[in-house]
Design a binder for this molecule. Sequence first.
Ligand SMILES: C=CC1=C(C)c2cc3[nH]c(cc4nc(cc5[nH]c(cc1n2)c(C)c5CCC(=O)O)C(CCC(=O)O)=C4C)c(C)c3C=C
Ligand code: FE2
Ligand code: FE2
Length: 330
Amino acid sequence: MPASASNDASPTRSAADTAVVLVNLGTPDAPNTSAVRRFLSEFLHDHRVVDMSRWLWCPLLHFAILPLRSSKVAHKYASVWLPEGSPLAVHTRRLAEAVQRELPQHRVLHAMRYGKPSWKQLLQQLRSEGVKRVVALPLYPQYSTSTTASVGDVLEQAQGLRTRMIGDYHLDPEWIAAVADSIHRHRASHGAGEHLLFSFHGLPQRFAAAGDPYPRQCEASARAIAQALDLPDEAWTLSYQSRFGRERWLEPATADTLIALAARGVRKVDVVAPGFAVDCLETLEEVALMLAEDFAARGGQLRYVPCLNDSPAHAAALAGVVLRELADWQ
Ligand SMILES: C=CC1=C(C)c2cc3[nH]c(cc4nc(cc5[nH]c(cc1n2)c(C)c5CCC(=O)O)C(CCC(=O)O)=C4C)c(C)c3C=C
Ligand SMILES: [Fe+2]
Ligand SMILES: [Fe+2]
């Protein structure tokens, strides 16, 4: 199936020579072992994600990680799978449709860096359709070499297209306001927790030491959102989740932070994940199911604040980010 066949956002083509593409990480096609293995294999072969020598990494990946991890992770996907598919795929498609409604003068599509609809194939297809310019918006509010730069690698290889990539939007005022407002509304309907935890996807510490701006941007996003909510410093904490492998990742870990909060007697914690544009395995299974269960076992209540997903405020914020990039490009 060509990549764009999965793109339902119906474009108004008055600016047919320009395409706007929201690019997310990717996700398996099905919650079963073979589909998860295919996805993990493509993802974990990317040098941007795992930068070890291939002589060391490939045997480890093929003979240990893929055989052992795929079925375990397939069960996790099954626990959050939606009737229409993987949450990340469903929410990304709907978000692209919502941004298309905000930008009727442009053609808005979505693609995945790994899996389908393929980012690489979409670029080839756009060129064959006569598109001249592509603006890529990686759906990572904070820049990281492990995620954003990998989207850029594919874009740089695209021949015969003029391209731009929006590197990050971690302090975009409309995006900050949208996240703050979603927390505010969640607290208004569920009652405010005693503490707000900002949980971001983690990264090996080595990446940060080599200059990856990701942790600084996570800190800046969390601080700006807390400020928008008028929260004093002691009312919120930033932590990192989804550790993979044995090396040291960014700290504190979300799981350890929740244990420490429970030990301090905090009973109601709101958790928000502003590093994820849309809900996915890492937010729905790891945070809203598993960490919530662990926290409940310690006598507490974890209330997960959903990602912005395809909310109108999210679509408007992202459309604004794209329009500013296009205005700069005339
Ligand atoms: C070395 C491994 C990994 C790095 C580095 C990494 C960085 C990173 N990832 C995201 C966002 C997402 N990651 C997701 C899943 C996921 N991530 C890793 C590993 C690394 N991530 C794995 C192995 C997986 C698959 C699940 C698993 O096996 O545990 C997802 C969700 C995908 C989905 O289908 O729902 C997202 C989103 C960021 C933002 C990031 C660096 C900052
Ligand atoms: Fe390999
Ligand atoms: Fe990840």
